[in-house]
Each structure stands twice: as C-alpha cells, then as structure tokens.
Design a protein. Structure first.
Length: 398
C-alpha cells in the first residue's frame, strides 16, 4: 500500500496552525504556547519571552516571568544537545530520564577529566560527587546565585585552565559545571532570575523547593517516547533524522520511540519518509497567508534538521551561523524570507532577502509595529546574531 503523502504546503499550514503563528490560531497563556511548541529554547533568555509574544495575544513580559517564577507551570531545564529549554512542568520527568540524562553522562566524563587535568583532584568523578552534595547541602537552607554559592561552598572556588600559554586559554570557574550537572538530573533547578528578563542570571534552588512535589524521572525508553510523542504533535511530519538531531540522541533511541508511540510513515515532497502520530494523517485546512517575526533560536526555526520546505537553502548562510544556530527570522506565508533587528530607539526594522509583494510587506510591517509596541523600548542583544542581522545593523548605523 502506498504511503500517505503530506505535501510541503500542508507542512507549512501545520506550522501556521500548530505553532500558533497564524493570527487566528494565536494562544492566550504562556503554558499553552510552551505546550504547543513542546519546549521553548532558552539559551538566549529573551527567546522565551519573544517566542511567547509571537504566538499569544494580550500577554506581556511580566506575564512570562510570572509563569516561570510564580506559578511555575513552565520550568527551565538543560536537555537536548546541551541546550537550555523551558518545558511544561509535566514533561520534566521525561527529559530527566532521557535527553538530560544523556547530556549528564557526557558532562560527567568531561568535568572529571578537566578536574584531574587541572590538578584540583586526582579523582575527578569523586570530586564532582562531593561538590554536588556540598551544593545541595547549602541550597537546603535556601536559594542562592552562582556567585553566592562560590563564596559559601569551598568546592566551587576552583578555576581550571589558563596555563597553556595560548591567548584564548583563560581560567574558567568550576562552579557553573557543578550547577549545570545538578540541573541536568533535576536535583537543582534554575529559580528566579536575578536580572532583567533578557538576561540569564539564575538563582539556584533545590527541585523540592521549586516544585514542591518532584515526580521521579522516567526511564530512558519512556522518556524518549514521551518527548517524541510531543515532538510529532508539534513538528510532525518529520524524518527520523530530524527527530534524532532535535533530541541529540541515537538512531536506536529514535527508532524505539517511534515504535512505542505507533508513529505512521508518510511520504514527503523531497522523496524522504516522514513520521506522524497515528491520528494525524489528515491534511490541515488551508491557512490564510500569515506573517511572523521570530527570535533567535526560536523553536519553530530549530525544530527540524531538514528545512528546505520552509527555508530557501540560499538563505541559510545569511540567517544561521556555522554551527546551525538561527538568528532572528521574518516569515511570510509559511516561509522564512529574512530577519529583523532593532534600531537604537528599540524600533523593529525588517531586513528581507526576497520580494514578498505589497501584501507580504504590509503584513510584516504590521508585525514589526506589534513587536515594537510589545518591547516598549527594550533593546535585545543577541548572542547568535546572523550575518544578515549584522549587515542590517551596519546599514542602520550608516
């Protein structure tokens, strides 16, 4: 029997609807946006807030902070590909048992090797275990910043590196390594932010303090299956290679998870085989053309490894760095057509790579005005500024 076919046009319709980017499908709560996207990228702190702003009506930056730090229905967690995400709270046990655990294993080896090489301890793994326990003992008395923990916990005072004579080799503190490792298995969590929402300045806390009831981590197979089920609901159809890349996992883990969720194979326009959930074989109703301005590392842009169905390959070097990290993007009718930046006054300015016609330009300008109003003068600094973003900023300055 021939496979069910899902066209690129239908995949773009799914983005508009399921990613809440088409205006008629926008959402009203931070939790709903996070669930719609499975998880929000948070390596750049502002991405969380801007990803919500693009997909929701009536929410402000303080509403995102309230959900993160007061209601705590969404929680920051390091997971897939050693990337910081914001997850719906109920998805944390899946991440702890699978994607986060995989990163934790690799980090343990890296940290132990660096500690031994740096002369801090002969047995790096034993040192890490002791440092972890010392941090948890300190956090039992209340939340603390990294700087406060370094001052109070002797095990965190060390520095590694800086002795090779190389200009790029500078001593680095070991404290963030220990806290990152504790965060990977959910023992310590990133609590309230210590600064403006556009910067990551976490206060660390125990999971028990932050969550109250802490659900146990799922086992690896269950965890990956739960993540893949959510990914397919958000991004399906996608290939096994897309899922493996997004998860930062092995091919075996993806194959097993797809079987567990009883995913169905479908054919795609590029001749590859995609996967969807068993109840997701029907086309999505056509969506009116829509415009969106998405932040750096937005989950839509970073959801697939193969992106040709929404991104012209010629645009990639202009909008992504050499490691595959996306800067800001401008979308028209389900495709990436350029990027956006801000001028010194905080006004959002478009920088397009193709002609979108009068209707597309008007829709994108409307989104630029909407985002400018939402930001209300706040200027975002981007770690992952693309070539096109840098050029646009130079053009504004000239």
């Amino acid at each position: 029997m021939a496979l069910r076919h899902i066209s690129d046009a239908d995949r773009r319709n799914r983005i508009g609807v399921r990613h809440a980017l088409a205006p008629a499908h926008r959402l009203t709560t931070v939790e709903d946006v996070t669930r719609a996207m499975t998880a929000l990228h948070a390596t750049e702190a502002a991405t969380v807030h801007l990803a919500v702003a693009a997909r929701a009506e009536g929410l402000k930056a303080e509403d995102v902070d309230a959900e993160l730090y007061d209601s705590r229905r969404v929680v920051k967690q390091l997971a897939m590909r050693r990337t910081l995400f914001v997850f719906p709270r109920d998805l944390l046990p899946a991440a702890w048992g699978s994607a986060s655990a995989r990163v934790a294993t690799a980090e343990r080896k890296r940290i132990a090797k660096a500690i031994a090489a740096g002369g801090i301890a002969d047995d790096g793994e034993a040192w890490l275990d002791a440092a972890r326990e010392a941090v948890l003992a300190e956090l039992a008395s209340g939340p603390a910043t990294t700087a406060e923990l370094r001052a109070r916990v002797p095990e965190l005072a060390g520095m590694v590196g800086g002795d090779s004579g190389k200009s790029y080799d500078r001593p680095v503190p070991v404290a963030p390594w220990v806290l990152t490792h504790l965060g990977l298995d959910g023992r310590a969590l990133r609590g309230r932010n210590g600064g403006h929402w556009r910067r990551n300045l976490p206060t660390w806390t125990t999971a028990e303090h932050w969550l109250g009831t802490v659900e146990p981590a799922l086992d690896e197979a269950e965890g990956y299956a739960a993540l893949v089920r959510r990914w397919l609901a958000t991004f399906g159809p996608g290939t096994a290679a897309d899922i493996q890349w997004w998860l930062g996992s092995t091919k075996t883990a993806v194959t097993r998870a797809l079987a567990t969720v009883e995913a169905e194979e479908v054919s795609l326009d590029d001749g590859t085989t995609g996967w969807v959930l068993p109840d997701d074989l029907d086309d999505v109703a056509p969506v009116d053309p829509w415009a969106a301005l998405l932040p750096a590392l937005d989950p839509t842009v970073m959801g697939w490894k193969a992106r040709d169905f929404y991104l012209d390959p010629a645009h990639v070097p202009h909008l992504f760095d050499t490691n595959g990290n996306a800067g800001t993007t401008a979308w028209w009718d389900g495709r990436v057509v350029g990027c956006w930046v801000q001028d010194d006054a905080g006004v959002v300015r478009l920088s397009l790579l193709e002609d979108v016609g009068p209707r597309g330009r008007a829709a994108l300008e409307h989104e630029a005005e909407r985002l400018t109003a939402w930001l209300d003068g706040t200027v975002i600094g981007n770690i992952y500024a693309s070539r096109q973003m840098r050029q646009a900023l130079r053009d504004l300055a000239s």
